[in-house]
Design a protein around this ligand. Structure first.
Ligand code: GCW
Length: 672
């Protein structure tokens, strides 16, 4: 039975004209260049894909003949092949039809073998999604340099915020025993263009930097290398003390600096193409430079200095907040904005999409665009810590698109900050907190695979639309038949706003059960840290609801560019979606819909539940189009999601009503 293991690389038999076309266009595979593991991976994938889709194995040859698939780099290109090589960069590719030696062929062209591998996956995607292969003409170059997954995997195989089983890294069996999954992981990531992976949790154990663990990481790096994927590690700032026996890890201490230099040298002996360090410092109890009165740049630059001779980078996270802060949302900007221009050239500051923490909706982080002299990486969370774990069907493409397309007010969108074009940075990066685990379907649910996919595709091209990405994913993963495909895409696109509605509508945030973050708990007000209480975030009382971040409140709004800050300072010009993020308003505040705020809140909660109920009905109607096992699994998950959407709605409304003391508006449907 279908279990989802193959992800979007299923290569099921095609039918009708698509089959005829593919057979005609992939009779043989022509590879003339010098052999390399990457080229072998490309050829193997083509053979696997074409055999799966046509039932026929294409022969590997060096002779051009009609219907050949030709893999070409400038060094290996057959005579007479004109290609825009200069435009393809080091990782880009072109797919195009050509006439070579009198034969009609398809060319996959790139300047490097890894470009050929990316082109191979793009061509297979075109075949799987029903593109017209006879007219193929595509060119694609990634806009962001480092396209990373961040695994929050612990060395005991527990995954922090992981909802897909244990870590896929089977540490006890490494380095000797290499699970076949590692290769499939690399294939899946390469098919999207992901080119780096941080193996361990940002809440890092120093052990990961010891020789035995480095050997395990090196074994994984060996598997990933042909697929263009570099290995990175999260580094614990206090490692010089914990591993090196030093008294402190002060970044200004020469002994500490020497320790990191020696450690970097040791790492590169083991993993010659090691990517670099990801660091969470002075955040949620992690050690960092501030422990010694130093600032983030001091810490980052020390590590950067150790990695620089080897070409490594430091990804230094900006996710910091302390209980003393007046507004948790404001702290990262306050700490990092003054450091703009102080970071070494091989440091990238990694910023979450929003200033709180991966909520169903947040305004973009005010650091984007505000630090022109510091390259910023965008950190997205693929694993759905605050969006119903892996049981709720939530397609995150629209969330990713929303933040990437957000206008920072500093002359461009978040995408233009992250791809380096706005401030002319060459070093660029994007990170997605992985939702991958040892579950048979990798991500804990069938539809969560789409979030991994969407992240990877948008990391390659941050201008892609969520709908287009979903269309490709559905065609590759479930069905390319247009009616069913489009129905599933529509369902996915509706799912994001649904979760916002039934969890945290109108700019509310962080109302989740504390600790685990699953299910509603807006009433919790007694945690050890005030800034962890849901009541801290919604501030509901008899007089109204919402967090005043304007000048009359925390003034975090002033961290945005003036035009944006001005627009969002007034509730009337703040989008309703962000209203209670920035404003504390009376329950009878008049909304654009004509309803009071109280009535609007209830209407949104109710709309969220109604959308999930509708998604369930629409999925049920798709039964004839989907294999039984996966259809049944999604059906069961949707039933749970609907029950929990009601739980969210009913619990939140009951709680807010206990605070507002207001009656439910006439016509309210709940509880059903
Ligand atoms: O979202 C919060 C999570 C923590 C996580 C932290 C972070 C890795 O609840 O589990 O720790 O963010 O991003 O560092």
């Amino acid at each position: 039975a279908e279990d989802g293991y193959e992800l979007w690389l299923r290569y099921r038999p095609l039918q009708g004209p698509a089959l005829t076309q593919l057979k005609a266009g992939a009779r043989t595979i022509v590879r003339t260049g010098a052999d390399s593991p990457t080229l072998q991976a490309a050829v193997a994938e083509l053979q696997r894909g074409v055999a799966g889709m046509t039932g026929r194995d294409p022969a590997l040859t060096s002779r051009i003949a009609p219907g050949a698939l030709v893999l070409a780099t400038p060094a290996s290109a057959p005579a007479g092949l004109a290609m825009p090589w200069a435009e393809l960069g080091t990782e880009g590719y072109a797919l195009r039809r050509a006439k070579l030696q009198g034969a009609d062929v398809t060319v996959i062209a790139a300047n490097s073998d890894i470009g050929l591998l990316y082109g191979t996956y793009a061509w297979l995607r075109a075949a799987q999604t029903g593109a017209d292969l006879a007219k193929l003409d595509q060119r694609s170059v990634p806009k962001i340099g480092l396209r990373l997954l961040n695994h929050w995997d612990n060395l005991d195989r527990h995954v922090e915020r992981g909802y897909a089983g244990a870590s896929i890294w089977d540490w006890w069996k490494l380095p000797e025993i290499l699970d076949a999954r590692y290769t499939d992981y690399a294939r899946a990531n390469a098919s999207l263009g992901i080119n780096g992976t941080v193996l361990n949790n940002v809440n890092a154990k120093a052990d990961s930097l010891t020789a035995p663990w480095l050997a395990k990481a090196a074994a994984l790096a060996d598997v990933f290398r042909p697929y263009g994927i570099k290995v990175y590690l999260s580094a614990r700032f206090s490692a010089p003390v914990e591993l090196g026996g030093l008294k402190k890890s002060d970044p200004m201490d020469p002994a500490v600096r020497a320790w990191w230099k020696a450690k970097a040298d040791e790492i590169y002996k083991t993993i010659p193409d090691f990517g670099g360090f990801l660091v969470k410092a002075n955040s949620e109890g992690q050690p960092g430079p501030q422990d010694y009165g130093r600032h983030h740049a001091d810490g980052a630059n020390m590590l950067a200095e150790a990695l620089a001779p080897h070409g490594g980078v430091v990804l230094w996270r900006a996710f910091v907040y302390a209980p003393e802060a007046k507004d948790r949302a404001a702290q990262a900007f306050d700490e990092f904005k003054p450091l703009d221009g102080k970071f070494a050239p091989n440091v990238i500051v990694q910023v979450k999409n929003g200033a709180i923490d991966f909520q169903p909706r947040e305004p973009f982080h005010p650091l984007f665009g505000a630090t022109p002299r510091t390259p910023l990486a965008l950190e997205l969370q693929i694993t759905k810590e605050y969006l119903g774990f892996s049981t709720h069907l939530v397609y995150m493409g629209p969330l990713f698109e929303e933040v990437l397309k957000a206008d920072t007010g500093h002359g461009g969108t978040v995408a233009r900050v992250v791809d380096g074009s706005l401030a002319k940075h060459k070093l660029t990066a994007i990170a997605g907190v992985a939702n991958i685990g040892a579950d048979r379907n990798w991500s804990g649910s069938q539809f969560d695979q789409a979030n991994w996919y969407a992240y990877g595709r948008m990391a390659w091209d941050p201008d892609l639309g969520a709908a287009d990405v979903a269309r490709d994913w559905v065609a590759q993963t479930f069905t390319a038949r247009p009616a069913a495909r489009d129905a599933i895409v529509k369902l996915m696109l509706d799912s994001r706003e649904a979760v916002v509605d039934y969890m945290t509508p109108l700019g509310l945030h962080h109302l989740m059960g504390t600790g685990h973050h699953y299910g509603p708990a807006p009433w919790v007000d007694n945690l050890e840290r005030a800034d962890w209480n849901p009541t801290y975030f919604h501030r509901a009382s008899k007089d109204g609801i919402g967090f005043d971040r304007t000048a009359t409140g925390s003034n975090a709004l002033a961290q945005y560019a003036p035009a944006i800050a001005k627009r969002w300072a007034d509730p009337r010009t703040t989008p309703p979606e962000l209203l209670l993020w920035f404003h504390h308003l009376p329950w009878d505040h008049a909304m654009p819909s004509g309803r009071t705020l109280w009535a609007e809140l209830i209407a949104r909660y109710d709309r969220g539940v109604a959308t999930v109920a509708d998604m369930r009905r629409r999925w049920a109607a798709l039964q004839p189009d989907i294999d039984a096992a996966r259809h049944a699994q999604v059906t069961a998950y949707l039933a749970q999601q609907e029950r929990e959407a009601r739980w969210w709605r009913d619990a939140c409304i009951a709680y807010f009503q206990s605070v507002s003391g207001l009656p439910l508006p006439a016509g309210t449907r709940l509880p059903e």
